[in-house]
Design a protein around this ligand. Structure first.
Ligand SMILES: CC(C)(COP(=O)(O)OP(=O)(O)OC[C@H]1O[C@@H](n2cnc3c(N)ncnc32)[C@H](O)[C@@H]1OP(=O)(O)O)[C@@H](O)C(=O)NCCC(=O)NCCS
Length: 146
């Protein structure tokens, strides 16, 4: 198992995983491509055969805040600790960026598993955002002060 930066050659594998996991809410291939090219914090976790089993995307959205805009582990590998490893690594990377005081993310109010993962890393729910998703589902804004 390994965590490293996503490169453009990973695009198809990343997109397939994104599409499979989030269906209609998936980021488009073009958006994913531009996020890789723009040198966003875009990390993958791979297995021993270098297959991508999950990834995290984080964007600095203000001088002191980073937003984790996408985070997933391949369904076949969930519940085995990979999400925790990837999140731990992602948070460490973000904490090294100068001036960052806050890490934020949005999570579907129904996605209890993801909320548990984020709570484990001390994220707190600070707001409920109505109709956050395209199909009118609600999100929690979760924040971690660092
Ligand atoms: C949310 C997600 C990233 C978690 O990844 P994971 O590799 O399964 O997470 P881990 O195995 O490290 O487990 C982390 C915590 O989540 C919770 N959890 C994991 N699997 C769970 C399950 N099946 N049921 C209930 N809680 C679960 C546990 O609290 C666990 O911590 P613990 O094992 O120390 O108690 C993964 O389920 C996923 O990709 N889901 C689909 C996409 C998604 O929802 N992304 C988040 C969008 S905001």
């Amino acid at each position: 198992m390994w965590v490293e930066n996503v490169i453009i050659e990973d695009l198809d594998e990343i997109y397939n995983l994104e599409k499979y996991t989030f269906n209609k809410d998936a980021f488009s291939k073009e958006i994913l491509r531009s996020l890789i090219i723009r040198n966003t914090l875009f990390l993958k976790i791979t297995d021993d055969q270098k297959r991508i089993i999950g990834f995290a995307i984080a964007l600095q959205d203000s001088i002191d805040s980073v937003n984790i805009i996408n985070f997933l582990i391949d369904e076949r590998f969930q519940g085995q600790g990979y999400g925790s490893v990837l999140l731990d690594f992602t948070l460490d990377k973000i904490k090294k960026i100068a001036h960052i005081k806050r890490i934020i993310l949005n999570v579907n109010t129904k996605n209890v598993t993801a909320q548990k993962l984020y709570r484990k890393f001390n994220f707190k729910i600070t707001e409920k955002v109505e109709n956050y998703y395209r199909h009118k589902e609600n999100a929690y804004l979760m924040e971690l002060e660092i």
